[in-house]
Design a protein around this ligand. Structure first.
Ligand code: GDP
Ligand code: MN
Length: 377
């Protein structure tokens, strides 16, 4: 789950990071008042859940409250990468001498948090990683120990040769790690972390992605979700307890179990087509879940056939069959449905499907081949 800069700033502040004061506003009048209160110059920042707002015209400096109002006025309602600007952050501006980068992600290989820093901040870190990887220092953090003092010293001295500046950076990196852990983040990033001409360190941008799987124990964070920036299908999937990822092929997939769903996508590729999505309807699936899955997949106009591949263990094949029949009736589906059901209550399920125009398959291979054939006719 992505959260807005204003919310990420609040989380960073709570952990002691040096974040300039700011106010969230929704009108030009409020922008003016906020600029008066904070003291100019201020920076006017569009709150949209995409990166690179600066280049897209979503981050502007203002020298007076009147200018802040003017810039906010022109930014409100503007579109940035497909998202409409509804809220703006007015932040006290900082004078910049150097722009650094500091970020933490989960490293899949070591299965631990990985902190990355670079003195080449402000711009796209992926670009730096590609063109000059020597400008990035990475350390893996053992979550049992937390970030170690020697690691902080390595990182801070890589970023600055000035003792007092380096000390502030080390402090900020430690706080960044604490914030990352406290919200079960999958990513926490400060780009740029800046050094002012007086040698003071500031975090002037804030980005946090929270791991959805951690939200059950941090319900207060769920309120920070902004659905307007999510794929509609993914939002609906989440509400129905389905795990869904949209892809760009033409074969829709409804599968139970993440492993079987991955195998099904591999088979579709193996037989020369592309899956339209990953969808795991989970262990115990009710007819309602199948109905929701069908509705989500059918929203994608590229879908030419839907393969339903179910291995019934806890999932009962007759429940799934009932879901398919309901969906067909309720949604008026006109793309071909290919059904492979095996396991618990298989016979009952197949009997239910007998008098329908659904295409059945006895094996996974057969199901995949039939789904591809149907998508091409
Ligand atoms: P992003 O483009 O979405 O990552 O937005 P940022 O918050 O990182 O802002 C983009 C750029 O605007 C930064 O890299 C800075 O160069 C500039 N900027 C942002 N805030 C300030 C500020 O307080 N003072 C100055 N001088 N520049 C700023
Ligand atoms: Mn940034």
């Amino acid at each position: 789950m992505k959260i807005h800069e204003a919310d990420a700033r609040r989380i960073f502040s709570r952990h002691g990071l040096p974040v300039p004061p700011s106010e969230l506003i929704v009108s030009a009048d409020q922008a003016k008042a906020a600029a008066e209160e904070l003291g100019c110059p201020v920076v006017v920042k569009a709150q949209v859940l995409v990166g690179g707002r600066g280049k897209a015209g979503g981050v502007k400096l203002a020298a007076t409250p009147a200018e802040a109002a003017e810039k906010a006025e022109s930014m409100l309602g503007m579109e940035i990468k497909g998202l409409t600007v509804e809220k703006i952050l007015i932040a006290k501006a900082v004078e910049i001498e150097h722009e650094l980068y500091a970020g933490i992600v989960i490293d899949r290989r070591s299965r631990k948090p990985l902190m990355m820093v670079s003195a080449a901040g402000g711009i796209d870190i992926e670009e730096v990683a590609r063109t000059s990887p020597e400008k990035i220092m990475k350390v893996i953090i053992d979550p049992l120990w937390g970030i170690m003092p020697f690691q902080l010293r390595q990182l801070q001295s890589f970023l600055s040769g000035e003792r007092e500046v380096a000390r502030q950076i080390g402090e900020a990196l430690k706080q960044l790690y604490e914030a990352f852990m406290a919200v079960d983040a999958s990513l926490a990033e400060i780009n740029p972390l800046v050094i002012s001409p007086e040698g003071k360190v500031w975090a002037i941008d804030a980005k946090i992605n929270i791991d959805d799987n951690g939200l059950y124990r941090r319900s207060e964070l769920s309120e920070l979700r902004d659905e307007s920036a999510e794929d509609q299908g993914e939002t609906e999937a989440r509400k129905n307890d389905l795990s869904f990822v949209k892809l760009d092929g033409s074969i829709g997939c409804i599968v139970n179990g993440a492993g079987l769903a991955m195998a099904t996508m591999d088979m579709i590729k193996h037989y020369g087509a592309k899956p339209a999505n990953f969808l795991d309807i989970g262990g115990s699936s009710s007819p309602q879940k199948v109905l929701a899955a069908m509705r989500i997949i059918l929203r994608d106009e590229k879908v030419k056939s839907i393969l339903i591949n179910i291995f019934g263990g806890i999932t009962r094949c007759d429940d799934v069959a009932q879901g398919i029949i309901d969906a067909k009736k309720e949604l008026g589906i006109d793309v071909p449905l290919i059904v492979r059901l095996t396991g618990t209550n298989e016979e009952r399920a197949l009997k239910m499907l007998e008098d329908t125009d659904l295409i059945t398959a006895a094996s996974m291979d057969e199901g995949v081949e039939k789904a591809i054939e149907a998508s091409r006719s």
